[in-house]
Design a protein around this ligand. Structure first.
Ligand code: FE2
Length: 406
């Protein structure tokens, strides 16, 4: 008769299962509401949660364009007080997050709402992390620890970052040249309220830039080393939706169906990458964006085709599936040709929506390239890239988008 396994055997088996990648943990925002006009429900939802005073981290343009008016009216009707902190334009800095945190404390509010593009949402999420008493730089090492924080909601006004459903935030450090990408379950919003109508007035270039960010999330999550069945299903569908709808949303901004589809694509890609992680494109784009002050999605658009080309030899079947999701006919193509077709389709989309494919006029020194490569390789996103990259690989990929540094 076989002996029953000991506790040590069970633990060893469990650890082996985890090592083999058979276990995974999937998280998303516990309350996710999507629909045209749904921001009108924010007051009722917050009141239902017992919130008496909400603190908004908001984009100034969103405030001045009146995009928050409906939501704020709903708070008044529901008896919820509101304090608004207008974030500085551009990517959030650690100084601004600290300033917002001080205003939050002074206001005495009990709940944080990020309302705007990725920067406002990232600010709100970083504020929540700081309120737990931990520095952003150290939060990644505390992944297994519960960090109590105030309630947190995210209302996106762009379709790109997926920040409303992720446990990531990206903040520029005090020097202004480096980005801190922090990941922790406590950064995941409690509520994601997605109102695609808020994106209708977004100009074509901003639509293209943010949409390319969503597409990059989906592609990197799909081929990530930590991809699982759930994240791949979300990422695959997000590629399909973004590919079909981004050109329409960028070229015909008031197309409600395309805007709705892009909002969903952005969320699905966010749900996928929050668990699966990203890859070398984001790791490299973070440095490029910080160095040349490029919008995040534009930096991704520069790197994406090159990093896809670099990665496809280790995930040819997956890149073929990406090509299929992009609507490419794979009939008669070999596995390698199908994978390469995804790169060609991606380049075509980037050109169609008017984004740059390189940075003419930017000359980078050898020391500058080395520094960027080293930063990229230690970026949190590089860890889940499917292909191991050397410093020389990364420098070669940077040179591909810096024609005067070749
Ligand atoms: Fe991104």
């Amino acid at each position: 008769m076989n002996q029953a396994p000991s506790a040590a055997d069970i633990v060893a088996g469990a650890v082996e299962q985890a090592r083999m990648g058979q276990w995974y943990e999937f998280r998303t925002a516990p309350q996710f509401i999507v629909g045209d006009g749904v921001s009108a429900r924010l007051g009722e939802i917050l009141a239902g949660r017992g919130v008496g005073h909400a603190f908004f981290a908001a984009d100034p343009a969103v405030v001045s364009l009146g995009l928050m008016d409906t939501a704020l009216r709903s708070l008044r009707l529901s008896g919820v007080a509101a304090t608004i902190f207008e974030c500085l334009p551009g990517e959030p800095t650690i100084q601004m997050v600290e300033e917002a945190s001080a205003s939050f404390k002074a206001a005495g509010a009990g709940f944080i709402v990020g309302f705007g593009g990725g920067s406002a949402l990232d600010t709100a999420k970083a504020m929540a992390a700081l309120a737990s008493g931990v520095r952003l730089e150290e939060i990644g090492a505390l992944a297994g620890r519960h960090l109590p924080r105030p309630g947190l909601a995210a209302v996106p006004t762009t379709a790109g970052t997926g920040s409303e459903v992720t446990a990531f935030t990206v903040i520029t450090d005090a020097s202004g040249r480096h980005k801190i990408a922090a990941r922790h379950p406590c950064i995941m919003p409690d509520l994601a309220l997605v109102d695609p109508r808020l994106t209708h007035g977004l100009p074509p270039r901003m639509t293209a830039i943010t949409g390319l960010d969503a597409l990059t999330h989906a592609i990197e999550a799909y081929v990530s080393k930590e991809a699982c069945t759930i994240t791949q299903a979300l990422a695959h569908r997000a590629v399909m939706l973004a590919f079909r709808n981004l050109p329409i949303a960028a070229g015909s901004g008031d197309d409600g169906q395309a805007r709705y589809a892009m909002a969903i694509a952005s969320c699905m890609a966010g749900m996928a990458f929050s668990t699966a992680g990203l890859g070398l494109c984001h790791a490299m784009a973070h440095q490029l964006g910080a160095r040349y002050h490029l919008p995040h999605g534009a930096a991704n658009a520069l790197m994406l085709p090159h990093v896809m080309e670099f990665n496809l030899m280790v995930k040819p079947a997956e890149f073929g599936e990406i090509a299929r999701a992009m609507g490419v006919s794979l009939s008669g193509l070999s596995e390698r040709e199908a994978a390469e077709a995804s790169v060609a389709a991606c380049r075509r989309l980037i050109r169609d929506v008017g984004l740059e494919t390189d940075l003419p006029g930017k000359r980078e020194t050898e020391a500058g390239l080395l520094a960027m490569a080293d930063e990229a390789l230690t970026d949190i996103c590089a860890a889940t890239n499917p292909r191991a990259a050397s410093r020389e690989d990364v420098i070669r990929l940077y040179r591909a988008v810096l024609p005067e540094s070749r």
